[in-house]
Design a protein around this ligand. Structure first.
Ligand SMILES: [Zn+2]
Length: 399
């Protein structure tokens, strides 16, 4: 089901009708504006990154999805693909306001001096975070990504109290800061998959209060934590749906049976984004009321990406879990996960490039634990052909 009330569905329908005025949506949907209603909502085709990229041509960088005249455009961001993301001044204000609400809910305010470590060039994230922070009254230090030593130095010297960063960069930076005295106490983490313990580790090891923010490049903020930090509240002014990553059918997320987040945005009128499949998976929706007073349901962290995930013996195989577990044994070498089928039975083997070392049965047991399915571990001279962490051989046998 969609997590919406009447008002969000009304706004979604209005945005979808605006989308229909563009040539790309019109040719994909095969319907009139009158046929777009709350009742027919689930028959509207999904949009995904591949489709956005495919519709871009040399003649039309916006892929036939621009719904305003060029004179109304105020910013154009470039995302990998390339996909060009046009914004009117009003679009930008609306998206930035949502970022402000998200960062404020995560604990930043006008007392804070904030190191903004996301990328400022080409892509949208830093521009929006910067404006969101300013709307809260924060003083922004536009540090941008990389340059860990420089960040550490400025954090120590300039009285920075807050930071917006990807969790892996933040942990690295805090490690580099070490015992040097500083006033950094609050972090908003976003932008990449994190392991389940990252937040607690950052708080306990470094004394920095970490709150999480989940955004989708084409839409902006989607969900964010509150002071209590018990899951990210879904934004109320977006239409958020959950679908089966394999079939696209609407379904609720559940443990061991994740659902993909699908978003319809109301802010971007220059290029409407309707039913965008985020590729991000969650396995729980928390509907119990939160003590902070925000009635919106919450999602725990994102557990993986739909494209990288396959199912074996009813279990989703999330490659990142294997990489992380190997890392716990100090194994950082190139590796992949091979899924094969012998006598009707699916077998999983983790292949690692390098000389045999360590206690292989113990590593295999840990990987099996992480995946919640039995698998073997083997050291090899080179990986089999294919790309990506996951090499699913079963597909070839079905052809
Ligand atoms: Zn809350």
């Amino acid at each position: 089901m969609a997590h919406s009330n009447e008002d969000t569905m009304c706004r979604a329908v209005e945005m979808a009708r605006l989308a229909l005025t563009t040539s790309a949506y019109a040719s994909e949907w095969h319907r009139s504006a009158a046929e777009v209603t709350a009742q027919t909502w689930e028959t509207i085709p999904f949009l995904d990154k591949e489709r956005l990229i495919a519709s871009v041509t040399d003649e039309d960088p916006f892929g036939g999805r621009l719904s305003v005249s060029c004179s109304e455009l105020a910013w154009i961001f470039a995302a990998p693909g390339p996909v060009y993301m046009p914004y009117t001044a009003g679009d930008m204000d609306r998206v930035a306001a949502a970022y402000g609400a998200a960062l404020g809910s995560c604990g930043l305010g006008d007392e804070d001096i904030v190191d903004q470590t996301l990328l400022y060039n080409w892509v949208i994230a830093a521009s929006m975070v910067d404006r969101g922070l300013r709307s809260l009254g924060c003083a922004v230090v536009p540090g941008g990504p990389g340059g860990t030593e420089q960040h550490a130095d400025h954090i120590r010297r300039s009285g920075i109290t807050g930071i917006v960063a990807m969790p892996s960069f933040l942990e690295h930076l805090l490690e580099v800061l070490g015992d040097r005295p500083h006033r950094l106490r609050k972090a908003v983490i976003m932008g990449e998959l994190r392991d389940a313990d990252a937040k607690t580790r950052i708080e306990e090891r470094y004394g920095v209060w970490a709150r999480e923010f989940y955004g989708v490049g084409d839409v902006g903020a989607v969900a964010y934590e509150c002071a209590l930090g018990q899951g990210m509240h879904l934004r109320r002014d977006l239409l958020i749906e959950f679908v089966d990553p394999a079939t696209g059918g609407i379904k609720e997320p559940a443990k061991g049976d994740p659902a993909e987040i699908v978003v319809t945005d109301f802010a971007r009128r220059a290029m409407p984004i309707i039913r965008l499949r985020s590729g991000d998976l969650i396995d729980e929706l928390i509907t119990d009321p939160c003590a902070c007073g925000n009635p919106a349901p919450r999602i725990p962290r994102i557990i993986g990406r739909a494209n990288d995930i396959t199912k074996v013996r009813g279990m989703f195989i999330i490659p990142q879990l294997v990489t992380r577990t190997l890392g716990q044994f100090g194994i950082e070498d190139e590796h992949c996960i091979v899924i094969d089928r012998t006598e009707g039975r699916d077998l999983i083997e983790v292949l690692i490039v390098g000389a045999h070392r360590g206690n292989v049965p113990v590593v295999a047991a840990a990987v099996s634990d992480a995946l919640r399915i039995r698998c073997d571990v083997r050291f090899v001279d080179s990986l089999p052909s294919g790309s990506g962490l996951l090499r699913d051989r079963r597909a070839f046998q079905n052809q």
